[in-house]
Write a protein that binds this ligand. Structure first.
Ligand code: C2E
Ligand code: CA
Ligand code: CA
Length: 679
């Protein structure tokens, strides 16, 4: 029912405009904060707080800015408690609504639900705010307009939050406009729904409410909108800036080395591709220089990691300075103690000049606290297109040259040389292949007989490893065992040899001994004794039929550990032989301290330059040593009858060599009938 008594309500148009502006600004802030909140990054709670505060203050301020200019035609008093409650409703309702709208999970209705809650809190704020206005006479409401006002508050709010969560590019702007629409439409329709009763004729229409209240309200609104929206905006901008800084930091992290600030490997790759492309187009040349700090590990170990870091930083800075301003010059840290420099060689300066400059800047000593160190580096260089026609080969070749520089005590700068560095390359390729050899079944064993000199009877067989490489054919153990040791692949490979040889030998008839070579690396690693124990248990080979062969070098690498391992192995009943005696230290010490069962005289004894008489004397010396320490003596590398005669003359009981049999596949030994295999 409409009641329209005499007094006419009126709005100050200027303040309506201000209210709309406040509303738009607040809606803009609210939408941005909400977007940040739902970005799924951290500090969601803080962003929710800001969103709710901005939204609540926007609703409230829009309402009261308009009220400031509202001239109901009667005297009006503000109830401050209710005014404050209306603000709390706006903020709390917004918080609940935005929290719902950001709802996680599969339910697609969260934004609409949240929007509805926001819309309802706009209306609740409005009507509570209206009851805060005490005016004389009766107040009544046009119920249809009230319903319309609530609807006009809720629908745009629902749409606003649906838009916000739509993921569209304009989500934030859509939300801003719809949210502002919700607040404005709700408010003005709500105002229109109010009717107030009679009686106050003669009121000064120019005084909407008493001056004091008006000022207080104006100040409250100004402070609140300014502080909330303003502070929020500043936060938003700062956050945006922080994000930009963070992004830049990520970018640097991806392209730059943290310690030295130099470009990293990824940058180098990009740059190298560009420079090679450029060199191709201009028919120019490009030098790639690998710089590796010498003894870096030592610096780290002796003076601590901070000192090592400092050295890298200083050297990096010096090289960076050198490349600065030079067209096309570039320096990157590859990680560890390795740097790579690029320089165009089409200018007036050649590679040598650039490398000399590098050496010059690297040379000055570096102060580390009270001490100083004199840095040294090994430098390898390769030139496109002289030494490589693609980036990868260029890097590899410069690397190979650097390795040569590192291992050469006389030169610390080397330029790639195909004939010198080719060997290193093939070694590297080979060690990659060796990694696969076990899995691909390319390894197998040959066996060489060990013979009793007097009777010519077999005593046992030595297992010798062979590698059938798919492209290169049969590769000698002298070539690949050192590789396997460098890469520690010898540990699994050695275990495989042991297992295979024992599994084979357990079926031999007669039950001859089997000898297996053990490398220094296997001896250093813990677990050799366990491997031996496991293999014996698995294969069922009696321990006394197994003998491990090792060189002096191997046992001296880690004497204490080797001694413990040998004693453990011997305690199982396994034999131990000292291999290649006469080429190493040939120290009595080895014989005295290690519990060997057998000494194997190296074949160089017989192929050497000594007269037969000297050879006999040498053998006799070893034999008497053997007697002293209770060890059998076996002569290796016996190829001729003359050598055999010398052995007999010297009184050596055991021999091995081509004369008795070459290392042979077991199938072939079986064919000779020397050995049979139980099924
Ligand atoms: P080694 O233990 O001294 O093995 C004896 C080497 O001398 C074998 O070379 C054998 O073929 C060779 N040889 C035997 N009799 C004669 C002869 O009358 N004259 C000449 N000139 N040579 C003879 P191979 O098989 O090439 O093995 C070379 C080395 O590779 C071995 O020397 C051993 O140190 C290492 N090796 C072989 N198999 C293994 C293994 O399974 N594990 C480890 N760790 N090392 C192994
Ligand atoms: Ca051997
Ligand atoms: Ca040997």
């Amino acid at each position: 029912m409409r009641i329209n008594h005499g007094a006419v309500a009126d709005h100050s148009l200027a303040l309506v405009g201000v209210a709309a502006l406040v509303c738009l600004a607040g809606a803009w802030a609210t939408s941005r904060f909400f977007q940040r909140m739902t970005d799924g990054e951290d500090e969601r709670g803080a962003w929710l707080f800001l969103t709710a505060l901005a939204s609540g203050v926007t609703i409230w301020c829009t309402h009261f800015v308009d009220i400031l200019g509202y001239r109901p035609g009667v005297a009006m008093e503000l109830d401050w408690t209710l005014t404050a409650i209306s603000l709390v409703i706006a903020v709390a309702g917004s918080a609940a609504g935005f929290l719902l709208a950001a709802g996680i999970g599969r339910f697609a209705g969260w934004p609409a639900l949240g929007g509805a809650v926001v819309g309802l809190s706009v209306s609740s704020m409005h009507y509570v705010g209206m009851t805060a206005m005490h005016m004389p006479g009766s107040m009544s409401w046009d119920s249809e307009l009230v319903v319309l006002s609530v609807t006009l508050g809720v629908i745009p709010a629902v749409l606003a939050l649906q838009a916000a969560r739509s993921g569209s590019r304009h989500a934030a702007n859509q939300m801003c406009l719809l949210f502002a629409a919700s607040v404005v439409l709700m408010h003005f329709t709500g105002m229109a729904s109010m009717r107030h009763g009679s009686g106050m004729a003669g009121m000064d229409m120019g005084t909407p409410m008493n001056q004091a209240s008006q000022y207080a309200l104006a100040i409250a609104i100004a402070v609140m909108s300014f502080v909330t929206i303003g502070a929020g905006m500043v936060g938003y901008v700062i956050d945006g800036h922080t994000r930009a800084v963070t992004l830049e930091r990520f970018r640097r992290l991806a392209m730059y080395d943290v310690l030295t600030g130099l470009p990293n490997r990824a940058s180098l790759n990009d740059r190298l591709d560009e420079e090679i492309e450029r060199a191709r187009q201009h028919e120019g040349r490009l030098g790639l220089i690998v710089i590796d700090v010498d003894n870096f590990k030592e610096i780290n170990d002796l003076r601590g990691h901070p000192a090592g870091d400092e050295v890298l930083r200083v050297l990096g800075a010096r090289m960076a300075e050198l490349t600065q301003g030079e067209d096309g010059a570039f320096i990157a840290r590859m990680g560890g103690d390795e740097f790579v420099a690029l320089c165009r060689l089409d200018g007036s300066r050649g590679l040598t000049g650039f490398v000399d400059d590098l050496r010059r800047v690297l040379a000055p000593s570096i102060a580390l606290g009270a001490e100083t160190i004199v840095p040294r580096a090994s430098i390898g260089a390769a030139v496109f297109p002289d030494h490589a026609d693609d980036a990868e080969t260029l890097v590899n070749n410069a690397d190979l040259a650097m390795y040569r520089a590192k291992s050469d005590p006389l030169h610390n700068v080397c330029l790639y040389d195909a004939s010198l560095d080719g060997r290193t390359r093939s070694r590297r390729g080979l060690s990659a292949d060796l990694r696969e050899a076990l899995d691909r079944d390319e390894l197998f064993l040959h066996y060489q007989v060990q013979t009793a000199v007097e009777t010519g009877e077999p005593l046992g067989y030595e297992a010798l490893l062979r590698w059938q490489h798919p492209q290169r054919g049969l590769i000698s153990p002298d070539e690949f065992i050192p590789l396997a040791e460098d890469t520690r692949l010898i540990v699994p490979i050695g275990a495989w040899v042991l297992r295979t040889a024992c599994a084979e030998a357990v079926r031999w008839e007669p039950p001859y001994r089997v000898s297996v070579n053990v490398s220094a690396v296997q001896l250093i690693e813990p677990g050799l004794a366990d491997t031996v124990r496991d293999v014996l248990a698995e294969t069922g080979l009696p321990a006394d039929r197994l003998e491990l062969e090792m060189t002096e070098t191997a046992v001296f690498t880690d004497r204490e550990h080797a001694l413990r391992t040998l004693e453990e192995v011997k305690a199982m009943g396994v034999g131990v032989a000292l291999d290649d005696f006469g080429v190493g230290y040939s120290s009595l010490d080895a014989l005295r301290s290690f519990p060997f069962d057998r000494i194997k005289i190296d074949r160089s004894f017989f192929s050497g330059s000594g007269t037969p008489q000297q050879t006999v004397e040498l053998i006799q010396t070893v034999l008497s040593l053997g007697r002293t320490f209770g060890m059998a003596v076996l002569a290796e590398g016996i190829e001729t009858d003359d050598q055999l005669a010398l052995l007999s003359e010297a009184g050596c009981g055991e021999a091995q060599g081509f004369l008795f049999g070459r290392p042979t596949a077991l199938e072939d030994i079986l064919l000779t009938g020397q050995l049979t295999r139980a099924q």
